[in-house]
Write a protein that binds this ligand. Structure first.
Ligand code: HPA
Length: 276
């Protein structure tokens, strides 16, 4: 196992800070096919991950590989266009990196977005789910290994990882945009992929309390909880989960689902950032 140190993350952060005019307080990690959410950032400075020492690279389809710094609704923000997943071969510990770098840049609020399968049969493809909590039955954790006290405590609380305060703001925004009927709250069930789930797994996930299923987000949310960032997370329900309906799942379906309805999430995010 590779051992990560504060210096390892600081090296990435310092290379970025040397280029920035203004430090961002809000960060957004954009999921599969949700990259266009970053297009609205003004006064932008793009930094490819490849230009940042020690930074991971995204290999997943639908993911670019760059930071976009700038202003959204007048607020200093950074978007990560392209995230990292365990199915790409990264260990959970390695996946702590982007969020720890954001912490060292001064980010206080982290907004996570993902494309996910809809486990609930009473919701619709294209709806948005505000994540209230998650289930990760895998034993692995991004905080496994020596604890870095500079970021947080060895044993840390996860009872309110997805901020109630920010969820209230998100509901206000959904209300103002008349998106109440297509917005839900629920539990994100992490599955490592890269295969989509089997219908039997989806039935089990439903019994266990999952409302949406996906292959990302939890490592980032856990890393943020460890270092004391406030997190707001959304799933764009790009497809009904396996076995609901007769369709075979494919990356093309997920991308098409995202392309059709990402504008809802985009409007919601814009409004929320305005309120932050
Ligand atoms: N399962 C897992 N991850 C996903 C799905 C799904 O159905 N859709 C988009 N990401």
């Amino acid at each position: 196992m590779e051992t990560y140190s504060l210096d390892f993350y600081q090296k990435s952060a310092d290379a970025i800070l040397a280029k920035l005019k203004e430090k961002p307080e809000i960060a957004m990690i954009l999921g599969s096919s949700l990259g266009p959410l970053g297009d609205e950032i003004e006064d932008r400075l793009e930094i490819p991950y490849a230009d940042v020492p020690n930074m991971l690279r995204s290999t997943a389809p639908g993911h670019a590989s760059k930071f976009i710094f700038g202003r959204l609704q007048g607020k200093a923000v950074v978007a990560l266009s392209g995230r990292f997943h365990s199915y790409e071969g990264y260990s959970f510990e390695a996946l702590a990196q982007p969020v720890r770098v954001l912490k060292l840049l001064g980010v206080k609020t982290l907004i996570l977005t993902n494309a996910a399968g809809c486990v609930r049969t009473d919701w619709n493809q294209g709806d948005v789910m505000l994540i209230t909590d998650h289930i990760k039955l895998m034993g692995d954790s991004p905080m496994r290994g020596p604890n870095l006290d500079a970021f947080g405590e060895r044993f840390f609380d996860t009872s309110e990882m997805y901020s109630k305060r920010l969820r209230r703001l998100a509901w206000q925004a959904a209300d103002e945009l008349d998106q109440n009927e297509s917005t839900h709250e629920g539990v994100y069930f992490f599955m490592p992929g890269p295969q989509y789930e089997t219908p039997a797994e989806i039935r089990a996930i439903r019994i266990l309390g999952g409302d949406a299923v996906g292959m990302s987000t939890v490592t980032e949310a856990l890393t943020a909880a460890h270092c004391g960032m406030e997190v707001l997370a959304f799933s764009l329900l790009t497809n009904m989960a396996a076995g609901i309906g007769n369709d075979k799942l494919s990356d093309a379906e997920v991308a098409a689902g995202a392309a059709k309805t990402a504008h809802r999430l985009q409007a919601l995010l814009r409004r929320i950032v305005q309120k932050l």
